[in-house]
Design a protein around this ligand. Structure first.
Ligand SMILES: Nc1ncnc2c1ncn2[C@@H]1O[C@H](COP(=O)(O)OP(=O)(O)OP(=O)(O)O)[C@@H](O)[C@H]1O
Length: 221
């Protein structure tokens, strides 16, 4: 599903964020990506979603080298990836329904399909009755679940999460992890960048560790 071949990233200011990183994440696999602050976790995720391009090496997504694709093809790659962020990037002036519907509206789905898919997504994250709420009326854990519903609403084959539990207490973090595991159990590949050692130690998953831009260790915990 994802294959990195000797990937390096140097930002325009000259900072080397990744150095010769190689790994595979198979279809239907779930893994953590960990490492100190500044180790390159977000950069690695951004190379998969083509928000950044590598300076050297190749990034394959479903067999396609996405590191060199034309700008016009980027939306086709992103459509197959659900992205989840620490601060969830919700639009506070729009309802939960509208936030989750956004990727479908952008893709031009009709009204009935949008209603059906948004309801299914909210059901999966346990927020079915809250579609008319606004994000700020919800708890932090609920807001993160809205972010997850939006990420899965168009049935991506890959979920990328960047510190998805960064603002949550341990119990809520476990709930979020369980959601990722539920999506993974139906075949979705999942890569979660996290500092949260509590989370990593609580559930056994493959762990990729970055240190100063290098992949240093891989452990089956
Ligand atoms: N757009 C950019 N331009 C220049 N340098 C950048 C840019 N984005 C990130 N960096 C630098 O690259 C390094 C790696 O950043 P990255 O965000 O990938 O790390 P991280 O492991 O996700 O860190 P954190 O856990 O703190 O989010 C950092 O030193 C950062 O300052």
């Amino acid at each position: 599903m994802i294959r990195f071949e000797q990937v390096s990233k140097v930002y325009s200011g000259g900072f080397q964020a990744l150095q010769k990183v190689s790994f595979n994440l198979g279809k239907g696999e779930m893994a953590y990506l960990t490492g100190h602050s500044g180790a390159g976790k977000s950069t690695l995720l951004k190379l998969i979603s083509v928000m950044e391009r590598p300076t050297d090496g190749q990034v394959f997504f479903n067999g396609q080298d996405v590191s060199r694709i034309r700008r016009g093809h980027i939306p086709y790659v992103r459509r197959r990836i659900g992205m989840i962020f620490q601060d969830h990037h919700l639009i506070n002036g729009r309802t939960v329904f509208d936030n989750v519907a956004l990727p479908l509206v952008i893709e031009g789905y009709n009204h009935n399909d949008i209603r059906r898919r948004v309801s299914a997504a909210l059901d999966k994250v346990g927020l079915l009755g809250k579609d008319r709420y606004f994000p700020l009326m919800l708890s932090g854990g609920e807001q993160q679940r809205v972010g997850i519903a939006r990420a899965i609403v168009n049935k991506p084959s890959l979920l990328l999460a960047d510190e998805p539990t960064g603002n949550l207490d341990p119990a809520l973090s476990m709930e979020i992890l369980r959601l990722f595991e539920a999506f993974n159990s139906v075949g979705v590949s999942v890569l979660i960048a996290t500092h949260d050692t509590g989370l990593i130690n609580a559930q056994r998953h493959r762990t990729l560790t970055l240190s100063a831009g290098r992949l240093v260790a891989e452990a089956e915990l």
